[in-house]
Design a binder for this molecule. Sequence first.
Ligand code: UD1
Ligand code: MG
Length: 448
Amino acid sequence: MNLKAIIMAAGQGTRMRSKLPKVLHPLLGQPLIRYSVETTTRVTGQRLVVIIGHGSDEVRKELGEQAEFAIQAEQLGTGHAVQQAASLLQGQADLVLVVAADMPLLTEATLRQLVETQKNNTGPLSMLTLLADEPRGFGRVVRDAQGRPQAIVEEAQATAEQLAIHELNAGAYCIRAEWLWDALTRIPLSPKGEYYLTDLVEIAVADGVSVQALTLEEASEAIGINTRVHLAEAEALLRRRINRAWMLAGVTILDPATTYIEPSVTLGADTVIWPNTHLRGVTRIGENCEIGPNTIIRSTQVGDGCKVLSSVLEQAEVEDGVDIGPFAHLRKGAHLASGVHMGNFGEVKNSYLGPGTKMGHFSYIGDATIAEDVNIGAGTITCNFDGKQKHPTVIEQGVFIGSDTMLVAPVKIGEGARTGAGSVVTKDVPPYTLAVGVPARPIRKLEK
Ligand code: UD1
Ligand code: MG
């Protein structure tokens, strides 16, 4: 049975009160729409169709090759939205899974269950529902005396009696394709001037065919996002879900409520995450690390056995057994080899620090290549920018850079050399040579 999916994402999201299309608002670091697209793609194993309209260029750009697109130029409701996919999907699918883009927490397992429900249904339509005390503006599921679904009534049209119903429409459906394309043309215009997809339930009942309702076990999966309040609620739930999964996988999280781990992050066992830590983007943290408190790590690879305290790491690479912080900043292209120590108030950008190199206090290292076992004294600065261009600094193995040395790039410090405290190095220093002063001059040879 060929299963295709449609994601409805054309609506403006008026209740967000935003210039940004609703489905592009970030939820734990990723645009909202990515969640439904990724989950649904895993279920069908095929490229899906996304209905776009409001902010269509931006949504298309965000998803790129991941989806096919159908334009809903005028947003005349969810029924009208699905109709826009007809020309792409007619004759291509036996079953169609329809999911709203603003339901990011629905899981793959739930959607698979919905598909299974429909496969076992003699009728053409299965829908996902939830039981909740707080209706959040969702459509109410009306059942008959035998418990068979009869209709979904939108809040604006519901009677007082219907408003009291606790079973709500979660906005995900699995529908037999042939029936769908025809039924869509039979949806009446609502009093609000929209074609509601939810009217398909009544149409099926009128056709005398069975509608199945799968009720969510975990109602929180159906947290839909219509306002920024919902966005924050969904973020908290998703965070809890992710943190819980990492704890069950062997990561200690001291305070899950203040630990922010994006879905694209991976963590090794026996790593400890202290409060107020933000792990973002494609970040990988190894085993036996201690991260935080008060740390932000974005798009960075961290090896095993590292410590990062109160620091910011962005687009960097850190090998095993590295000790960073407090108050350090790794920027794009920083690469600390194993056993590096980087103490307080240091910044490293686009530079390699070799194994065992120490940089204890108040330094800026930019565009530098530093070999192993180098000592970088307090206050050392690579003066890498001459006002127009960036220049490289090379420091060879076993060098000792005295406190407050200014390395005016381009410059190279040879193996085993030393610079005196406060020296301003404007010329290369040969290996095993001590250079001091302003500008720095070699004053004597050093023993190997
Ligand atoms: C919809 C359902 C409601 C359900 C709720 C669950 C209808 C009529 N109502 O209400 O029963 O409880 O979802 O979340 O379907 N969209 C389009 N084109 C449009 C209108 C909407 O693509 O013309 C898209 C939106 O971008 C959104 C989704 O469809 O991703 C749902 O639209 P929304 O306006 O949020 O519907 P709800 O009021 O939440
Ligand atoms: Mg909605």
